[in-house]
Ligand binder design. Structure first.
Ligand SMILES: Nc1ncnc2c1ncn2[C@@H]1O[C@H](COP(=O)(O)OP(=O)(O)OP(=O)(O)O)[C@@H](O)[C@H]1O
Ligand SMILES: [Mg+2]
Length: 339
């Protein structure tokens, strides 16, 4: 790991690291759910843990929440040892699990109040905190309805609110937006960004490169229980490549001419596929995007649709390991280009 500082605090982990994981192993029979994982999350930052189905993400979150014991290795959260100081550690963390953990029969308010009481908040404070969080996560209107009547996005927001009751220093989000529609996903991202701005350290698991790009400072890529890459999101992105602009002309017969026009103006990375009917141009910034659109518009090509695409999990794995991710391919967040 690159950033383990040498100074240790009185609780055992290096100064500045909210989470430190060293050689964590967890096997289920022959399944190596975690096979020697190392990672660190710096105080006040977001670490994205990116991996396909079955990579070991939830197992890692469970170990770091003291819900299961590792077979080997050590881990510290907020300086507390997962094995030796589980109680103190649990007071440091908030957890939004992969599956909704709220009680469906209780209302949003009742759920939050109950969690506040479970966390030993006095009645008045539990009430105030529930009301405040419902407001903040735009659930005030639905506060009195049973959670089973909530939409997927509302439940996720209630989950997030629930994990914030105890004002955790470190928050785990296990695939917070899998299965959500793009609008709801954006709402969740906004909330996460707000929590981070207020100083919360976040460990986020995801199957989406786009999500990691939006939220994470650093990224650890795992596959079959092993870390296969880690570093700054920007560095990994540079390795994998940035966005690709996809342009669909009204007449696919125009594709060769469109590519030629771009080549003539120095945009030599444009390619096209007659099969998909798309022109593809890797782009590194807004300027280039504007230039491409300008050239195509200037030549009067009739365009049916444009879209930008970030690399998929598969493309990330391919770039890092030279082979596709081992488990089922992750569902793509990126909608198909406009037809
Ligand atoms: N309690 C368990 N008993 C047996 N095998 C388990 C158990 N929990 C996890 N596994 C196995 O460990 C591996 C890692 O599972 P894990 O749930 O951590 O993956 P994940 O990265 O969270 O996947 P997903 O993206 O599908 O949620 C999988 O092969 C899984 O089947
Ligand atoms: Mg999981």
């Amino acid at each position: 790991m690159t950033r383990i500082a040498t100074a240790r605090n009185d609780r055992g982990s290096a100064a500045g690291n909210a989470v430190e994981v060293h050689g964590i192993v967890k096997h289920y029979g022959a399944t190596k759910a975690l096979d020697g994982v190392d990672l660190t999350v710096q105080e006040g930052t977001v670490l994205g843990v990116l991996g396909p189905n079955g990579a070991g993400k939830t197992t890692l979150v469970r170990v770091l929440s003291t819900l299961i014991k590792p077979d080997a290795g050590t881990a510290f959260v907020g300086g507390y040892d997962v094995l030796r100081q589980p109680k103190q550690l649990r007071r440091t963390i908030g957890l939004t699990g992969q599956y909704a953990s709220v009680d469906e029969l209780l209302s949003g308010y009742e759920n939050l109040y109950l969690i506040g009481r479970l966390l030993d908040l006095p009645r008045r404070e539990a009430k105030a905190r529930a009301t405040e969080l419902l407001e903040r996560f735009s659930l005030t209107e639905a506060a009195k309805r049973p959670a089973k009547t909530y939409s997927g996005g509302m439940r996720r927001r209630l989950d997030l609110a629930a994990s914030m009751i105890g004002r955790p220093r470190v928050l785990y989000l296990d695939e917070p937006t899998t299965g959500l529609d793009p609008r709801t996903r954006n709402e969740v991202w906004d909330e996460v960004q707000r929590m981070v701005a207020e100083g919360t350290t976040v460990l986020l698991t995801t199957q989406y490169m786009e999500e990691a790009e939006q939220l994470a400072d650093e990224l650890t890529v795992i596959d079959r229980g092993r870390v296969i890459a880690n570093g700054l999101v920007a560095d990994l992105k540079a390795k994998v490549g940035g966005q690709t602009l996809q342009v669909r002309p009204v007449d696919p017969g125009e594709l060769p001419r469109m590519a030629r026009c771009l080549h003539d103006t120095g945009i030599t990375t444009a390619t096209y596929s007659a099969d998909t009917g798309l022109l593809a141009v890797p782009i590194t910034g807004e300027e280039q995007l504007t230039a491409v659109i300008g050239v195509l518009g200037g030549h009067g090509f009739a365009i049916a649709g444009i879209d930008t695409k970030v690399p998929s999990l598969d493309e990330v794995f391919l770039a890092i390991t030279g082979k596709p991710a081992s488990a089922d391919a992750a569902p793509s967040l990126v909608k198909e280009p406009v037809a």
